[in-house]
Design a protein around this ligand. Sequence first.
Ligand SMILES: Cc1cc2nc3c(=O)[nH]c(=O)nc-3n(C[C@H](O)[C@H](O)[C@H](O)COP(=O)(O)O)c2cc1C
Length: 199
Amino acid sequence: MEFDVEKLRPMDTYKLMAALIVPRPIAWTVTQSIDGTLNAAPFSFFNVMSGTPPVVVLGLGSHSGREHDSTRNIRETAEFVINLVAETQIEAMSFTSGTFDPDVDELQLAGIPLIASSKVKPPRIAGSPASFECERMITLEVGPQSVVILGRVVAIHVRDELMQDASKFYVDAQKLHLVARMGSGGWYGRTRDTFELPA
Ligand SMILES: Cc1cc2nc3c(=O)[nH]c(=O)nc-3n(C[C@H](O)[C@H](O)[C@H](O)COP(=O)(O)O)c2cc1C
């Protein structure tokens, strides 16, 4: 079946893209407004785009015609922290995707423990398997209500027990137990079903 994007409603194009480009990792993103209010929200339009330099990408849309608080905070402060989501964090992560006024700190509301970051102002989420401190490199306005943000990773945190051999920078993928977004709505996948193809 072929779909001509020019003839589709934007929501239908989104539905096809989101349902087909899976699984997507989830960037549970912590930002801080210029007046110091913290914000957290999950974004699955997320991935690594370059190893050297280390660059990640976020795709941020809008909600009811209003830009996300995360978008505004990143525009105004140029800093954010991406936290990966463990299976044990799925409900807290989902809670932070709710619509809150810009002056509401959903991390505090949900009682999510935080740890100070090393190089950027927004803190990281204590229970996350790994966190990436990022500085904004480029913002592309790809549509009237859609931005793509490239972030340079300036610090990486991994929980000690997830490192297989820290001297070689090997992560134990079997222990990560991350969740990924499948489609949209409430569908998720797990990263437990891995296998090795002998070289
Ligand atoms: C698992 C998950 C993934 C999401 N991914 C995205 C995304 O990639 N881009 C986006 O604009 N919104 C995404 N959303 C919706 C935002 O998280 C939601 O609109 C949130 O309220 C934005 O928060 P903010 O205004 O505090 O930044 C996602 C929601 C969930 C639950």
